[in-house]
Ligand binder design. Structure first.
Ligand SMILES: [Zn+2]
Length: 71
């Protein structure tokens, strides 16, 4: 099978790579939902945004607990 046959069979011929995600490093395709970080121009998948924001803001993901100060 040559490359053109493979390309047709794989159905990837319409996928246009726009850039790479600045969080996960994977390709971002035309039509993908993204977040563009205005501050530095970086682009991340919408699904990567929470992770990106967590490291950018040094936030920790936790379960909310009522603080108990009865000691
Ligand atoms: Zn990503």
């Amino acid at each position: 099978m040559d490359y053109d046959d493979w390309k047709l069979q794989s159905g990837l011929e319409d996928e246009v790579v726009v850039c790479n995600c600045d969080e996960c490093g994977q390709e971002i395709y035309e039509g993908d939902p993204i977040f563009r970080i205005r501050e530095n121009g970086e682009i991340v998948h919408d699904t990567c945004f929470v992770e990106y924001a967590r490291s950018a803001l040094d936030a920790s993901y936790e379960i909310a607990e009522k603080e108990d100060n009865n000691d």
